[in-house]
Design a protein around this ligand. Structure first.
Ligand SMILES: *Cc1c(COP(=O)(O)O)cnc(C)c1O
Length: 377
C-alpha cells in the first residue's frame, strides 16, 4: 500500500496526460506556452477569482505575494506554528518577523483567539509593525476565515491565504484560494492538485496586485521582458507542467475530491471512538490533502506507527516539530508567545494513507490495524 499513490493516479488518467505531454512537446513552446494561459483561466474560474498567476512553486508564490505588498524588515507577519516550514520561511526570507500563532487541536488550523492576542501584544510592544496574516488551509481544510476575516478587518491587515494544501476545499460553497486578498497554492506532486515537478500559483481579485505579480515573476518586466522596471525574479510554471495540470484539474473536479471525501468519511466512521478523528466544522468541505488522527501520547503514536509499518501500512508524522522550535529560529528573529497546542500536536499526530485511488479494502485494512493496536491486541 502506498501513502499517496501517484502511479495509480497516472494509470487512471494516462491517456489524457500522455496526450497533453506529447502535444506540449510537439508544439515546443516550453515557457509560457498556450497551456499556461489556459490553466490560469480554468483555475481562476474554478476558484472564483478574477486572476490566477502561475509561478515556479508554492514557496515562491508566498514570497511574491509578500514582495508585492512590500513586506520587509520591521514588519510582523502572523503565521501558524503548526504548518510546513515554507509558510514562515517566506516571511523570514524578506527580513520580516514571523509572529507564531497557535492552532486549534481538532482542525489543526490557526486559532482566531490566539491570532487576536498575538496582534494585541505586538501592537502593545510597539517594536514591529503588523503587516499581514497568513492562515494555512492545513491538510486540505480551509482555515476559519469567518473569525480570522473579522479580526483582520478590524486590524486592517490583509490576508495571504496559504492554500498550498487547500485546492478543492470550500466554506459554504466558496472555494479555497479565494479567501485571501492574495491566495497561493502549490502544485508539488503530493498536493491535492499536483503536477510532475514543482509549480505554484497566486490568486487575487485585485487587478493592480495581479499586474505587479506578473511583473515580479518575470524579472520585474514592464512593457515587455527586456524592459525591467523593478527587481523581480524568474518564477514561472513550465508549459509541460501546465499541460499535465489541465487533465488533473478536470479529474479533481469530476471525481477526485468526491473520492477523497469518501475515504475520509470511511476512516472517520470506523475510527471514531478508537482515536481522535479530524473535525470538519459545519459548512466546511475539505480536500483531504492528509487524513490525520490524534493519539493519547507520543508513546502510543510511535507504537501505532511501528505496528502499522509491520503490517505494511505507511503513515507519516505531519509535522514533527512546531516552527517556533525549529533550529533556524534560534538565530533568525521570530516571536512566539504561548503555543501549547502547536507544541503538543507533533507528538500525537499521525497521517494515514490518503489519495483518491484507495480502495474500500485498503481503508478497511488500515482501520482494522489501528483498532487492533489501540485495543492492545
Ligand atoms: C507545500 C507547501 C508549501 C510550499 O509549496 P512548494 O510548492 O513545495 O514550494 C507552502 N505551504 C504549505 C502549507 C505547504 O504545504
Amino acid at each position: 500500500m502506498q501513502f499517496n499513490d501517484l502511479h495509480r493516479q497516472y494509470l487512471a488518467l494516462k491517456e489524457e496526460i500522455d496526450a497533453a505531454m506529447a502535444e506540449a512537446v510537439d508544439q515546443a513552446h516550453f515557457i509560457s506556452g498556450p497551456q499556461v494561459a489556459r490553466l490560469e483561466e480554468e483555475l481562476a474560474a474554478y476558484v472564483g477569482v478574477r486572476h490566477c498567476v502561475t509561478c515556479g512553486n508554492g514557496t515562491d508564490a508566498l514570497l511574491l505575494a509578500l514582495l508585492a505588498w512590500g513586506v520587509g524588515p520591521g514588519d510582523a507577519v502572523f503565521v501558524p506554528s503548526f504548518t510546513f516550514f515554507a509558510t514562515a520561511e517566506a516571511v523570514s526570507r524578506l527580513g520580516a518577523t514571523p509572529v507564531f500563532v497557535d492552532v486549534e487541536e481538532d482542525t489543526f488550523n490557526m486559532s482566531s483567539a490566539s491570532l487576536e492576542e498575538a496582534i494585541r501584544r505586538v501592537r502593545q510592544e510597539g517594536e514591529l509593525t503588523p503587516r499581514a496574516v497568513i492562515p494555512v488551509d492545513l491538510f486540505g481544510q480551509p482555515a476559519d476565515y469567518f473569525n480570522i476575516g473579522r479580526i483582520c478587518q478590524k486590524n486592517e491587515l490583509p490576508i495571504l491565504e496559504d492554500g498550498a494544501q487547500g485546492m478543492g476545499g470550500e466554506i459554504l460553497g466558496k472555494k479555497a484560494c479565494s479567501f485571501g486578498t492574495v491566495s497561493v497554492t502549490s502544485f508539488f506532486p503530493a498536493k491535492p492538485l499536483g503536477c510532475y515537478g514543482d509549480g505554484g500559483a497566486l490568486f487575487t481579485n485585485d487587478d493592480d496586485a495581479a499586474g505587479l505579480l506578473r511583473s515580479l515573476c518575470v524579472h520585474g518586466k514592464g512593457e515587455y521582458k527586456y524592459d525591467n522596471v523593478r527587481l523581480g525574479t524568474n518564477s514561472r510554471l513550465d508549459t509541460l507542467q501546465a499541460a499535465i495540470l489541465l487533465p488533473k484539474l478536470k479529474a479533481l473536479k469530476e471525481s477526485e475530491l468526491m473520492l477523497r471525501n469518501r475515504w475520509a468519511n470511511r476512516y472517520t466512521q470506523q475510527l471514531k471512538g478508537i482515536v481522535k478523528t479530524p473535525a470538519v466544522p459545519q459548512c466546511f468541505y475539505s480536500s483531504w490533502a492528509q487524513y490525520t488522527i490524534r493519539l493519547e501520547s507520543k508513546e502510543q503514536r510511535d507504537g501505532l506507527q511501528a505496528a502499522l509499518k509491520q503490517d505494511g501500512i505507511p503513515s507519516m508524522v505531519y509535522y514533527p516539530k512546531a516552527l517556533h522550535l525549529q533550529t533556524v529560529y534560534q538565530s533568525v528573529p521570530c516571536k512566539a508567545y504561548d503555543l501549547p497546542v502547536s507544541q503538543r500536536l507533533p507528538d500525537i499526530v499521525l497521517s494515514l494513507p490518503m489519495h483518491p485511488y484507495l480502495t474500500e479494502e485498503e481503508v478497511d485494512t488500515v482501520c482494522a490495524a489501528v483498532a487492533r493496536y489501540c485495543h492492545g491486541e
